[in-house]
Design a protein. Structure first.
Length: 293
């Protein structure tokens, strides 16, 4: 496998002293103070979650080829593996919650499919900010006074904050068993799709997970509004765009990295999804492909 030069800074979860519980709370002022060289404005790819709330000010955030204008009430959820940058947060204030994958267990469909950025009205923001402050106080207490630390409490407070800020979270109803099963199926499929370099066909995932293709399709459509095949293709396409934009791998190298048999198959897939060949898309949005296809 070729090791294409990365133009993206890889961020590993590195908790502050005394904060080894899988979650950490800071604010935009602390982020700016720690980042005196302004590396935040360059593309970065964390291996952890960041949930941020804009309590005041305006700014700009970019995530996976989308630009989001930030203002009072904006909520940002950066997932592990997402390529993003804080292109302008000099005037922003508010909390940032960093947490490891798995610390917030049992993600619901709404949590798993929430967008990278959305807006909270004033009432919801007024409830969310105290929830984040409560989590921050418990985090600080756990760091300063280890015998009072409770990872379970921190996890529950984080879950409460997430439930408070989720956009248009559906209400739970008495018909939960069927919905719960569908959610479980989608969550299993979504996790399996992260190994997309091995399989590019829904039938492969269905066999591995013990479901039929129709079950995966129904569960995925209920969760995301698209079928299982479209969901899989969009995940592969996102990673293809990341490689083309943020590495100097040739198109053939990108094809191999993504599990395609050859550059021709990859080009056909990419053109079908975007109506643009990979090299042309890279020329417009990413790094030049100096070594050809």
């Amino acid at each position: 496998m070729e090791n294409g030069h990365q133009t993206v800074r890889q961020l590993r979860y590195s908790p502050a002293v005394g904060s080894s519980h899988g979650v950490e709370v800071l604010d935009f002022a602390a982020l700016r103070a720690m980042d005196t060289h302004r590396r935040r404005v360059l593309p970065q790819r964390p291996d952890f979650h960041v949930l941020a709330l804009i309590a005041s000010g305006t700014g700009t955030h970019e995530a996976d080829f989308h630009t989001y204008r930030l203002a009072e009430g904006s909520a940002v959820w950066i997932r592990p593996g997402m390529v993003h940058r804080w292109s302008d947060i000099d005037a922003c204030d508010g909390p940032l919650v960093l947490f490891r994958p798995g610390f917030l267990s049992g993600l619901t469909t709404a949590e798993a499919t929430a967008p990278a950025c959305w807006h909270l009205d004033r009432q919801r923001l007024s409830l969310a900010l105290p929830a984040a402050e409560h989590l921050g106080r418990e985090h600080d207490t756990a760091a300063r006074t280890p015998h009072l630390a409770s990872p379970a409490l921190l996890s529950h407070l984080l879950a409460a904050l997430v439930l408070r800020v989720l956009p248009d979270a559906p209400a739970r109803t008495g018909g939960a068993p069927a919905a719960s099963r569908s959610t479980d199926v989608f969550r299993a499929y979504r996790a399996a799709v992260e190994d997309f370099t091995d399989w590019h066909h829904v039938a492969d995932y269905a066999r591995a997970l013990g479901y039929d293709v129709r079950t995966l399709t129904r569960a995925t459509r209920a969760a995301t509004g698209t079928g299982a095949k479209t969901f899989l293709d969009q995940r592969i396409l996102l990673e293809a765009r990341r490689l083309l934009a943020h590495t100097d791998l040739p198109v053939a190298g990108c094809a191999r990295r993504l599990g395609f048999r050859d550059a021709g198959n990859f080009t056909t897939f990419f053109r079908r999804q975007t109506a643009t060949p990979p090299a042309a898309w890279r020329a417009a949005y990413g790094a030049p492909d100096t070594r050809g296809a």
